[in-house]
Design a protein around this ligand. Structure first.
Ligand code: G6P
Ligand code: ZN
Length: 543
């Protein structure tokens, strides 16, 4: 019943920031997905008889790969697979299921916020027993294995019906099809004050949640409309579609523009707007008339987390990715707790969370989360905001302004140059790196460079070192520009430029962000020669 199938290695199966991501036709090549799945299993030890969790964001090709994973898990000796009904599990829900049922690990099928469909993106990611993304040691082993693999193991069995909850058997292995929502919804009820939030909705508080035709639809319907009793219609685009309705399921100001425009439409706008991405780990937070940057959201959530039952004992520390603004640092300073700066990628938070050093983590790329799972969690951020709004009884605008008045405001923006020529992008970064030592003291208008480096992270828990994580240019007075290349793109290279300026004076907290940062934006251009090197005279996306 178990067959060993001969195969030849592919040379391009190196996992990126968040697993292996390629276009669907690449994954559809004969043995391509099988090779990668077998390379994962070959890089793990001790899973015989144990449980593997499997689920995905419902995008095109999700169901086909789930069938392969189940049959290959059976052939490789797993004792059980737990799979979400319909092949659905949001990334944070998968992380929770792995932890709750003490599974050996999990395979999550997603390309996050990238578009889906027959010619769009697909992805496979392995998560370890703590529920978090596999550390580099494992992803490096998977890549090494994928380059020399000669065969994979699979059972001959009929496809499993993924649409009925219950216990089944595939090739002698148990398979349990689970409700993808219920365990996660229960966890949210433990962390947040659902009765306070119900009261808030009862008072007429108006919210819009856009699930972007992606995986959070069923979660948001159950939690926000059924359990929290927000009026029907609060959750929009709630049916997960294989192509996300042809949209980018990326909750930013470009791809969630309709929601943004509605929130900015004046006095009749809803009180609170939110959205999540393809696999449910990112968030967009907008108040009536005010967009809250992910960096500010992290700081405000950390400063107010004690208002939610799950965090009423206070938080142990905060971690943020390096390009995320330093707004959270001010909160940590005031609370007298630890603050950690890690490279981009949620996986770097895992050790700090496991060691109890931090409770809340966040990234400028719209990811926020806590020690409740080991992934970032879009709905978690939305529910914590709702909990804070319910307890404080103030508007988002008031909460944000008061936060800035207390801690100062970190004006912040990210400029992305997408799909630029890879050689040009690498040349830009290499040139910057080569001139780092010459930058301190250099003047750009009124700005004076105080320091410049290539960020390296020394993990305080396992002592591992991650080098070349982004070029940082610091200016006198606390401003900063960071340059790095995206680790998640699938065509060409994406240059990200992160621009930040600290403003302590509350009389200057109402400036338009791009104009508040204008001199730094000009300095970024002259330091990195962006337009001449990339051939672009403006960013593709500004957030
Ligand atoms: C994924 C990861 C995040 C990371 C982001 C950055 O979403 O899960 O942890 O912050 O990618 O992507 P980038 O394209 O900037 O490498
Ligand atoms: Zn995502």
């Amino acid at each position: 019943m178990i067959s060993t199938v001969a195969t030849k290695p592919f040379s391009d199966q190196k996992p990126g920031t968040s697993g292996l991501r390629k276009k669907v036709p690449v994954f559809q090549q004969e043995n391509y997905a099988e090779n990668f799945i077998q390379s994962i299993f070959d890089s793990l030890e001790g899973f015989q008889g144990k449980t593997l969790v499997v689920g995905g964001d419902g995008r095109y090709y999700n169901r086909e790969v789930i069938q392969k994973v189940i049959k290959m898990a059976a052939a490789n000796g797993f004792g059980k697979v737990m799979v979400g009904k319909g092949g659905i599990l949001s990334t944070p829900a998968a992380s929770h299921v792995i932890r709750k049922y003490k599974a050996f690990g999990g395979i999550i099928l997603s390309a996050s916020h990238n578009p889906g469909g027959p010619t769009e993106d697909f992805g496979i990611k392995y998560n370890i027993g703590n529920g978090g993304p596999a550390p580099e040691k494992i992803t490096d082993a998977i890549f090494a294995r994928s380059k020399v693999i000669t065969s994979y193991r699979i059972v001959a069995a009929d496809d499993l019906d993924l649409d009925n909850i219950g216990a089944f058997e595939v090739g002698g292995m148990q398979v349990q099809v689970i409700d993808p929502v219920s365990d996660y919804a229960e966890l949210m009820e433990e962390l947040f004050d659902f009765s306070a939030i119900r009261n808030l909705f009862g008072l007429g508080f108006r919210m819009v949640f856009d699930a972007m035709s992606a995986v959070t639809g069923p979660y948001a319907k159950e939690i926000i409309e059924r359990r929290l009793r927000a009026p029907e219609g609060t959750v929009r685009n709630f049916t997960p579609l294989p192509d996300f309705g042809g949209h980018h399921p990326d909750p930013n100001l470009v791809h969630a523009k309709e929601l943004y425009d509605e929130m900015m439409s004046g006095k009749d706008a809803p009180d609170f707007g939110a959205a999540s991405d393809g696999d449910g780990d990112r968030n967009l937070i907008i108040g009536k008339g005010i967009f809250v940057t992910p960096s500010d959201s992290l700081a405000i959530l950390a400063a107010n987390a004690h208002l939610a039952p799950g965090y009423n004992g206070g938080i142990a520390g905060i971690a943020r990715s390096m390009p995320t603004s330093a707004a959270a640092d001010k909160v940590a300073e005031k609370l007298g707790i630890g603050i950690y700066e890690t490279p981009t990628g949620w996986k770097f938070f895992g050790n700090l969370l496991d060691a109890g050093k931090v409770t809340i983590c966040g990234e400028e790329s719209a990811g926020t989360g806590s020690n409740h799972v080991r992934e970032k969690d879009g709905l978690w951020a939305v529910l914590l905001w709702l909990n804070i709004l319910a307890v404080r009884g103030e508007s988002m605008q008031d909460i944000v302004s008061q936060h800035w008045a207390t801690y100062g405001r970190n004006y912040y923006s990210r400029h992305d140059y997408e799909a630029v020529d890879a050689d040009a992008a690498n040349g830009l970064v290499d040139t910057l790196r080569a001139k780092l030592a010459t930058l301190p003291g250099a003047k750009f208008g009124d700005l004076v460079v105080s320091a410049a480096d290539d960020f390296a992270y020394h993990d305080p828990i396992d002592q591992s070192v991650s080098k070349s994580q982004g070029i940082r240019i610091f200016f006198e007075g606390g401003s900063r520009i960071v340059f790095r290349l995206s680790g998640t793109g699938t065509s060409g290279a994406t240059l990200r430029v992160y621009i930040e300026r600290y403003e302590p004076d509350a009389n200057r907290h109402d400036l338009e962000t791009q104009s508040a940062l204008a001199d730094l934006i000009a300095a970024a251009e002259s330091i990195a020669e962006i337009s001449s090197r990339t051939g672009r005279d403006a960013p593709t996306v500004i957030t």
